[in-house]
Design a protein around this ligand. Structure first.
Ligand SMILES: [Zn+2]
Length: 329
């Protein structure tokens, strides 16, 4: 089996944070609460997973990555390491509830065989207020060896009491040129790399999934078809039928990106990277027909759709609402 999560697998923009964290961890200088803050798709989970594995590895030292071969590494890569627990929502997009937080607290208070016990909270901004409160005491009076790693794209959603008890490490988004240089390691086709990076809305890890996972690529192609139908201004029925085949959580951010591209096109006469994924004449025609005021109105509506995306609304009604808005003059 190939070693997983080794340092070589980390994108270049995670190398500096990695070196600092792993060195401090091996010197016993990491705090109990570590808040890893960075945009969605920048690689927070990659970094925290590699860090925890490296700290548990029985062979690696200094700034070395986990060896991938020792007993600790082997049980880590099969997901059964007894000193590691992930605290996650039951379903993606849902809150982390107090019952799950209590399990994590119990887990940390058990004395393990090693001297490090970690809980990775993924994503920490999904903790609801009660769950966050329950964790507060553990952060204030941690059991020996306990480490809480909180991953958050929107740390402002965490209670200030939690944030103030964690040390924050910010992971900056890489420059587009650095992100695409890294992505070219996963594809021989530069056009496919540019397309995946645009389709991911500038999220390098999501772009890598689009490049390497046919299902993700299929979802993007479906979304692009739906957005093309919106640009064409087909009948409401036809637009809604095409939109229906997409998932709101990927489609709606891409509708927002398309509207930004149309606005850019109207102002500069040039499409941005996302807009270049559509026939130029189509985007130009749409921007001209809609006009600046209508584009602004649609962008405001798209923010509402985005907020609704996390709620349990009837997806068919939602897609019809979107189609109607694109049809309206
Ligand atoms: Zn190892």
């Amino acid at each position: 089996m190939e070693g997983t999560d080794t340092r070589e697998a980390l994108p270049p923009w995670l190398q500096a944070p990695w070196s600092g964290l792993v060195r401090r961890g091996r010197d016993g200088r990491l705090p109990t609460g570590l808040l890893i803050h960075g945009a969605t798709g920048v690689g927070k989970a990659l970094l925290t997973t590699a860090l925890v594995q490296a700290l548990l590895c029985q062979r690696a030292s200094g700034e070395e990555a986990a060896c991938g071969e020792c007993n600790a590494c082997r049980s880590f890569s099969t997901g059964v390491h007894p000193e590691v627990m992930a605290l996650e929502p039951e379903e993606a997009g849902k809150e982390i509830l107090i019952a799950a937080a209590r399990e994590a607290i119990d887990f940390l208070s058990l004395s393990g065989s090693g001297d490090l016990r970690s809980v990775i909270i993924r994503p920490a901004d999904a903790l609801n207020a009660n769950a966050a409160n329950a964790l507060l005491k553990t952060l204030e009076e941690p059991p020996t060896g306990a480490m809480l790693i909180l991953e958050a794209a929107q740390p402002a959603r965490l209670p200030a009491t939690i944030r103030s008890r964690c040390q924050t490490i910010e992971i900056a988004n890489p420059a587009p040129a650095d992100a695409t240089a890294w992505l070219r390691g996963f594809s021989d086709n530069p056009a496919a790399v540019d397309e995946a990076y645009a389709a991911s809305l500038g999220r390098p890890l999501a772009a890598r999934e689009i490049l390497t996972d046919p299902e993700r690529m299929g979802r993007w192609e479906q979304d692009r078809e739906a957005l093309t139908a919106l640009l064409r201004g087909a009948s409401v029925h036809a637009m809604a039928a095409t939109l229906q085949r997409s998932l709101p959580e990927s489609l709606i951010p891409r509708i927002q990106a398309l509207l930004v591209s149309a606005q850019r096109m109207a102002v500069n006469g040039e499409p941005d990277a996302f807009g270049r994924q559509f026939p130029r004449a189509l985007l130009e025609g749409f921007a001209r027909r809609a006009g600046a005021r209508r584009l602004a109105e649609l962008s405001a509506r798209a923010l509402v759709w985005q907020r609704q995306a996390s709620r349990q609304l009837n997806p068919q009604l939602r897609m019809e609402d979107i189609a109607l808005n694109f049809q309206a003059k």
